[in-house]
Design a protein around this ligand. Structure first.
Ligand SMILES: *Cc1c(COP(=O)(O)O)cnc(C)c1O
Length: 384
């Protein structure tokens, strides 16, 4: 819920901007911390979901580590309070320079996705007389049952090492003297709302644990990745960390000394952010009415890119309900936030909130059409 007082403060602000309710973020972090302490698993926040420094400082203050996919993310994470020793570096295409910087920064672990990548990390570590700690990202062949662009763990996906190649990968690993294998890593996709996807992942993890054990590999870390979805229909609903935590801890069979790691991104930041915009024009179409707002796909690309649903609210009208296509100003037909959306009678100047926009919103903003990047406001500074 965005409070009446906050909406009054919005009236003075130029739009569009991201509004972050930091209490929602803190409660979400606290809930996850409680679960992680209860079960003894370790959390690395996936920085790519939202790399706003204010958000990162709050998340790091809960003692979580960071899951980064570029050197710039690692650098930002270190500058916002994450310890290098709690940063993992993931991604299918790490550049040599990124690997060099990450080794020099003494990060915790590289999540490796291919033999050629392992060879490059080994060579760079050797030059520095260091040992790089790695986990193998394995493609578990599990369909996340989510949008195809955010499914990452099926056979045709570019991510991870194929299970059939594990013999070759582990044979190669034995020859790479500056790498140390610490664990296995999985990430099946994003916005996963069906818990049976995670159950299938846990079964696959158990099979692979047997595979590694049979070959005398000692793994310390079982990293189940991120992907836990949020309820876009109900932006004020807490994220079900309890069900998820119980499930993975019940279903993954750990060996002595092993720790589960998880990497939530969206689940931590999604519900704390809203994109706030103003209605520029209400325009009659041939058979519908458009509410044209001053935020576009450059501010929030998820609807255009993934056909994603976000709840849209008119914060300043209490008129009779009507239907609108809520669209942005960008010269692309996909620049549509919602079709046939029920809103109170909407007119020029009304404030519109696009909810659950705290993850993959601001982080994916672009300057297409040479638009300005969206600014961000925080509940802590807005409240008196
Ligand atoms: C994107 C990503 C995550 C986070 O995904 P969410 O769906 O935001 O939880 C975690 N791990 C890896 C490797 C990723 O690429």
């Amino acid at each position: 819920m965005i409070s009446k007082d906050t909406i009054e403060k919005f009236r003075e602000q130029p739009t569009p901007f991201y509004y972050y309710d930091l209490d929602v973020l803190r409660i979400t972090c606290e809930n996850l911390r409680k679960e992680s302490e209860k079960y003894g698993y370790k959390v690395h926040y996936a920085v790519k979901a939202n790399a706003n420094p204010v958000i990162l400082k709050i998340i790091s203050s809960y003692g979580f580590g960071a899951d980064c996919v570029s050197w710039n993310e690692i650098d930002r994470a270190i500058n916002t309070g994450f310890k290098p020793s709690e940063i993992v570096f993931a991604g299918v295409g790490k550049s040599d320079r990124e690997i060099e910087s990450a080794i020099d920064a003494n990060i915790f672990c590289f999540n490796c996705e291919s033999i050629p990548e392992m060879e490059v990390i080994d060579a760079i570590a050797a030059k520095r007389n260091k040992t790089a700690v790695i986990a193998l990202r394995i493609n578990p062949y599990i369909d996340a049952l989510t949008h195809k662009y955010i499914t990452t763990g099926i056979e045709e996906s570019k991510f991870g090492i194929n299970i059939g190649d594990l013999d070759e990968v582990t044979a190669k690993l034995a020859t790479l003297r500056n790498l140390r294998l610490i664990g296995i890593h999985f990430h099946v996709g994003s916005q996963i709302t069906r818990m049976n996807v995670f159950s299938s992942l846990c079964s696959r993890i158990n099979e692979l644990q047997d595979w590694f054990e049979a070959r005398n590999f000692k793994l310390d870390i079982i990293n189940a990745g991120g992907g836990l979805g949020i309820d876009y229909d109900h932006p004020d609903t807490p994220v079900p960390f309890d069900d998820y935590s119980k499930l993975i801890n019940d279903l993954i069979t750990l060996r002595p000394g092993q720790t589960i790691h998880i990497e939530p991104g969206r689940a931590l930041t999604g519900q704390c952010g809203s994109l706030i915009s103003r209605v520029l024009y209400v325009k009659k179409g041939a058979n519908k009415t458009f509410a044209i707002i001053d935020a576009g796909m450059t501010d929030l690309i998820r609807p255009a890119l993934y056909q994603a649903y976000h709840k849209i609210e008119n914060l300043t009208s209490s008129g009779a309900l009507e239907h609108y296509d809520v669209v942005g100003p960008i010269c692309e037909s996909s620049d549509t936030f919602g079709k046939y959306i029920e809103l109170p009678e909407t007119s020029r100047g009304d404030l519109i909130a696009i909810r659950s926009a705290g993850a993959y919103g601001e982080a994916m903003a672009s300057r297409y059409n040479l638009r300005d990047l969206p600014r961000s406001f925080f509940s802590d500074k807005l409240e008196p």
